[in-house]
Design a protein around this ligand. Structure first.
Ligand code: ADP
Ligand code: ZN
Length: 742
């Protein structure tokens, strides 16, 4: 978003703490459904409710869980009002959390109920957990027939806390039947235990490494902030400068104060190395929150957090909406990362909303990055955020040498993707027994399949997108909707046989070239197709660390955060990939990605080298990367945006009109076009077909509202949509501060 959010400018949320409602009173209950209003219910006899309480209420024929939001509005006649069924046995939602729901709803122009649904994402967690049965040995032992198996069970059961039947059976090497028999005979005594024990508390005595003077200064500033209410600290430093070490100290300080910490990380499911560092530092596991959890894990984690038993939560963007009773610090690592933007449902930027959450909770937040976003930089320049800088790599290791290869002058051989200079660099790396990463940000074998006879291109039947060949899976896949098919034996258009050819490289094709050119090298792929959860990521990391791999061929999945001491060469196959498309942030993003991937080279005592292949060596991004001149690049980029009144110097709101009936979608888009707001420096672009004019069979049109930096866009957009006659079957999705223009 353009500015740091200012919740103070907004209407105060209706909820007030300390307010309690006796039997007979009217309360407003918010339900986790896409509803704008809270509904009135009566407090039944024998119950006193407070704002924030989770309750079960009748809704039509159903019953569902909701949250007491405050005093009832009184617009339901007394006789029609239904009563709350029960209060649920869960810690109440805090005032900050409720205010946050209202704030996000107001800012993103979504019904508060839709935002509440993100905060109550695990309805099962609202039910009390069923205790599990564990067993311990009876004392004294009753008379039972002893067998060697039973002896073993008793020996195991004598040791440590009570254990569940299956676990005890496994430990003793017996069948569960043996445990059952012993329990019936009274030799094992049942014992109720809480399911899923909460994570061990972090060991705060352990401490981290001795920090350098610069690191100490930054850590002290963060620590001081922990005791001091709301503030935003930007922690900037080249990859390997020790940013993580520094913020882990602030994490420790916050835990010492007895409060909870939230660390937002992109690609949390893959952050194997981060988790290992956390373990090494605190001797325990943080609570994890990401899409790879099972329902049972979700449920337990949600409750552990609500009950204040999870000290540190590490998660993807949705972790922002977890029920922290006492959040004391937020860290957003890789704050510039585009994956903090949620594009579906409630469209929000978790980095920006984290700042709001911190402000509402009067707590500090750190935005951490080697390449802070222009938005964040602008907030530093305006004095709203303070800035901490870690200048060098820890231990003085140098940043790698970065060189550009001009592909128009030194192209690869026909049908290949690696140029002679890159090949030479790889030769040298392999000779020295070091590792190289070949980076190509494209999954699959080839992004396009074309018929040589008629020119037909294989396209997704439901999307405006080419089908991407995945040769390992022998499938053609749409990367937008998941549609897939077997590669057809002949051209579906002209029927020619053996005429379909792959165009352009994906990582699989690059890996094929690598295998052909370096048959002796051990090659590993790193894409979301083979690194999709913690286990696969951990195995990958260990293979690299144990030097079982010489060459890594990977997408952006390897650009983030990994430290591999023997990785000394990074080759970027196609640096220009992200520059096409004319997106507002294309240059900035390309710079960030290239910088990040370059940072994978030469992290320890071995100096690194980066070879970047490009057709545009003169492009400002390439020139800045090669010269290591981030300041100049940022200045030029900021100037360009400022001149064009683009974020962070202007505001944007995207409207995406979609539906399956193309005529209705067009009618809706035109209606919005006609009702477009005017004046006050407001400009509306479109309607126009979205670059992805169809996704999953839904036709899409876009409009873009542009306004000055100080403009409050929400009332303008709300009024705009109210005035336009939009056909019922057409959906209008609002994207405040858009990142994607597709
Ligand atoms: P960044 O987050 O900036 O990429 P890290 O905090 O991950 O940097 O540090 C890079 C590497 O250097 C890590 O292996 C880390 O343990 C090590 N390191 C950083 N600071 C110190 C220090 N003061 N003493 C010892 N090791 C350090
Ligand atoms: Zn598709």
């Amino acid at each position: 978003m353009t500015d740091a959010p200012r919740p103070a400018d907004r209407p105060a949320p209706r909820s007030t703490d300390g307010e309690s409602f006796a039997a007979g009173a009217r309360v407003a209950v918010r339900l986790p459904l896409p509803l704008t209003d809270a509904y009135d219910y009566k407090v039944p006899e024998g119950l006193t409710l407070s704002a924030g309480d989770f309750v079960r209420v009748p809704l039509g024929p159903r019953r569902m869980a909701g949250v007491v939001w405050g005093k009832g509005s009184g617009d339901v006649p007394e006789a029609k009002m239904k009563a709350v069924v029960a209060r649920l046995d869960v810690p109440p939602m805090t005032h900050e959390a409720r205010a946050f729901v209202d704030w996000v709803a107001e800012y993103t122009l979504n019904p508060p109920g839709a935002v509440l649904r993100m905060a109550v994402s695990v309805p099962e967690a609202l039910e009390p957990p069923k205790p599990l049965t564990a067993y311990r040995a009876a004392d004294p032992l009753p008379e039972i027939r002893m067998t060697p198996a039973r002896e073993r069970v008793l020996a195991e059961a004598a040791d440590g806390p009570p254990r569940q039947a299956a676990e005890l059976a496994r430990a003793a090497g017996v069948t569960p039947g043996v445990i059952k028999g012993m329990a019936e005979g009274g030799a094992l005594v049942p014992h109720a235990i809480a399911p899923f024990p909460p994570p061990d508390p972090p060991d705060l005595a352990k401490g981290g490494p001795d920090l350098s003077p610069e690191q100490t200064a930054a850590a002290d500033a963060l620590s001081a902030a922990v005791a001091d209410g709301f503030s935003v600290q930007v922690l900037e430093g080249v990859p390997g400068s020790g940013k993580t070490e520094v913020y882990l100290q602030a994490v420790a300080d916050c835990l010492k104060a007895g409060r909870q910490v939230l660390v937002l990380l992109p690609e949390i499911a893959l952050s194997a190395q981060w988790l290992e560092r956390f373990r090494a530092r605190f001797g325990s596991e943080p609570a994890l929150w990401h899409s790879d959890l099972t329902m049972a894990q979700r449920r337990e984690t949600w409750r552990h957090i609500a009950e204040g038993r999870a000290g540190v939560v590490v998660g993807a963007r949705s972790a922002l909406f977890l029920p922290y009773p006492d959040l004391g610090l937020i860290i957003v690592d890789e704050e510039h990362d585009g994956s903090f933007k949620q594009e579906e449902g409630v469209v929000y930027n978790a980095r920006d909303m984290a700042v709001v959450r911190a402000q509402l909770g009067k707590i500090p937040i750190s935005l951490v990055s080697a390449t802070p976003s222009l938005e964040t930089q602008a907030n530093v320049d305006r004095g709203r955020y303070s800035h901490l800088h870690l200048p060098a790599r820890h231990g003085g290791a140098d940043l790698p040498d970065i060189e550009l290869v001009n592909l128009t002058k030194t192209p690869p051989q026909r049908g290949q993707w690696m140029s002679p200079p890159l090949r030479e660099a790889i030769d040298g790396t392999l000779e020295r027994g070091e590792q190289a990463l070949l980076f190509l940000n494209r999954r699959g074998y080839a992004p396009l399949t074309l018929c040589r006879a008629c020119g037909h291109r294989l396209q997704c039947p439901q999307c405006t997108a080419w089908l991407v060949e995945h040769r390992l899976l022998q499938r053609l896949q749409c990367h937008h909707c998941g549609y897939q098919m077997a590669p057809p034996p002949k051209c579906p258009e002209c029927g020619a046989e053996d005429s379909l050819v792959p165009c352009g490289p994906g990582v699989e094709r690059l890996a094929e070239e690598v295998a052909a050119l370096y048959p002796e090298a051990r090659v590993a792929m790193a894409t979301s197709d083979n690194l999709y959860n913690q286990r696969t990521a951990r195995e990958f990391v260990h293979r690299i660390e144990n030097r079982e791999v010489d060459l890594i061929v990977g997408t952006q999945i390897v650009a983030k955060g990994y430290h591999f001491p023997m990785l000394t060469l990074v080759g970027v196959i196609d640096a220009d990939l992200g520059l096409s498309g004319g997106d507002l942030r294309a240059a900035e993003r390309t710079y960030q990605l290239l910088y990040q991937v370059a940072g994978r080279a030469g992290r320890a005592e071995h100096p690194g080298r980066v070879v970047i292949q490009t057709y545009m060596p003169e492009h400002p991004v390439m020139a800045a990367i090669a010269a290591g001149d981030r300041e100049a690049f940022l200045a030029a980029e900021a100037k360009g945006r400022e001149d064009a009144h683009m974020p962070p110097y202007g505001r944007l709101v995207g409207l995406i009109v979609s539906g399956t009936d193309e005529a209705a979608v067009d009618a809706g888009a035109r209606a919005l076009g006609r009702a477009a707001p005017q004046g006050n420096g407001i400009q509306v672009l479109g309607p126009a077909p979205a670059p992805l004019a169809m996704i999953r069979g839904r036709h899409r049109r876009r409009l873009l509202l542009k306004a000055g930096r100080g403009t409050q866009v929400q009332p303008i957009v709300r009024d705009w949509i109210r005035r336009a006659a939009i056909p019922k079957k057409v959906r209008v999705q609002i994207d405040v501060d858009p990142y994607s223009f597709m």
